[in-house]
Design a protein around this ligand. Structure first.
Ligand SMILES: *Cc1c(COP(=O)(O)O)cnc(C)c1O
Length: 374
């Protein structure tokens, strides 16, 4: 189904809500029996649009969502979500204060953060209870390192400042390679044990959580009350288990031309035609996420056929060689990512040609292009 106005778009993301629902179902089925699922919707739901994804999460009965910015928290609440909303990074004092009305649960992994939290409480803010964030030989990002005496002392001070306001203890694994994962997880559990032994926190009152999509699909059994998953919702892992990509990137053929053997193509005359060629100009370029990095290693699909992209990319256009396809017309749809059957540009190819991971591509494409919900 193509809406009339889609015909006038340069490039766009087709977003398949039914695939998101299906992926959510498959992911929840993979959970160990006592673990919860936190749907990670940061980066505007990895480029898919928070507003449109929240109802799918709610419909699955999922009661926890992870975000990073206050704007995302607001969007989740505006979409009607009333469950637990966790910020998956450290926050500034100003962020914490203004997210209070959206009932965001903050991650506290430093004395500064704990002092900010305490000052807001003392100032009369009605803050949600917080999660103590530990590093556990992990990211060295925003978790507290408990391996040193200074770290342990800071932890005691943080717990005193948070007095009565801890709802969880969390960490974020830096690697899901099985040996690392096992090691990280064991360190985390050990550190959680230390916190429990040295405070009046009760294990049964807390949610102790670690692990993301790759952890869930890793086959390494780890102890966690909740997996926090983004990537898996958007179908970029484990196709063999039925997960399907939820976004396709498309554009139109906007011009066709015959150019002679020997002609140069694109900026810097970087490519030459080795035969007389029929070239299609396509309405997408590096400003829309068809990065210059893909020079000499990318392809698109036109009329069900995979054709090479030639020359260095322009800001809003690329050029494909359509000499071998007959019947190409201005207005034809071009698939940059997605497709079906044998004519498909899939994850491995997209990641290779653009030099990054799908989560990066999705979140970028979703911001740089119109989104059309299918
Ligand atoms: C992004 C993020 C996740 C989700 O990661 P995926 O690999 O997309 O599943 C989980 N936890 C934290 C702290 C994160 O920042």
């Amino acid at each position: 189904m193509t809406h009339r106005r889609d015909l006038c778009r340069s490039s766009w993301c087709d977003i398949y809500q039914s695939r998101i629902s299906k992926n959510l179902e498959l992911a929840c089925d993979m959970l160990p029996s006592r673990s919860k699922f936190c749907a990670v919707l940061k980066a505007d739901a990895y480029g898919h649009g928070i507003k449109q994804v929240v109802p799918l999460v709610t419909a699955r009965g999922i009661t926890c969502i992870g975000i990073t910015s206050n704007a995302e928290a607001r969007a989740v609440r505006e979409a009607g979500f009333t469950g637990d909303l966790i910020r998956l990074r450290a926050a500034t004092l100003a962020e914490m204060g203004s997210a209070a009305s959206d009932h965001v649960q903050e991650q506290i992994g430093s004395l500064d953060a704990a002092r900010h939290y305490r000052s807001l409480l003392d100032g009369g803010h009605d803050l949600e209870r917080a999660h103590l964030a530990l590093d556990a030989e992990g990211m060295s990002r925003d978790g507290l390192d408990l391996s040193t005496d200074a770290g342990k002392a800071a932890c005691m001070e943080i717990l005193a400042l948070l007095d009565g306001h801890v709802t969880g203890i969390c960490t974020h694994f830096s690697s899901n390679e099985p040996a690392h994962l096992q090691q990280n997880s064991a360190v985390f559990q050990h550190q959680v044990g230390w916190v429990l032994d040295n405070s009046d926190l009760q294990r049964s009152d807390l949610i102790v959580h670690a692990g993301s999509s790759l952890t869930l699909v890793s086959d390494v059994p780890i102890e966690t009350d909740m997996y926090r998953c983004g990537a898996i919702i958007y179908g970029i892992l484990k196709p063999e288990l039925g997960f399907v990509p939820t976004m396709e990137l498309k554009a139109h053929v906007v011009g066709l031309g015959a150019y002679p053997q020997g002609a140069t193509v694109g900026y810097d005359r970087a490519n030459h035609l080795d035969r007389d060629s029929q070239l299609a100009c396509i309405s997408i370029g590096y400003a829309n996420g068809f990065y210059r990095h893909a020079h000499n290693r990318s392809a698109v699909i036109i009329k069900g056929q995979v054709v090479p992209v030639l020359g260095k990319m322009s800001m809003n256009t690329i050029v494909a060689d359509v000499t071998k396809i007959s019947g190409v017309q201005v207005g034809d749809v071009v698939t940059v990512f997605g497709g079906t059957g044998t004519s498909v540009i899939e994850k491995a190819q997209a990641e290779a040609q653009f030099g990054t991971i799908m989560a990066d591509l999705y979140s970028d494409w979703g911001l740089r292009n119109h989104r059309v919900y299918r």
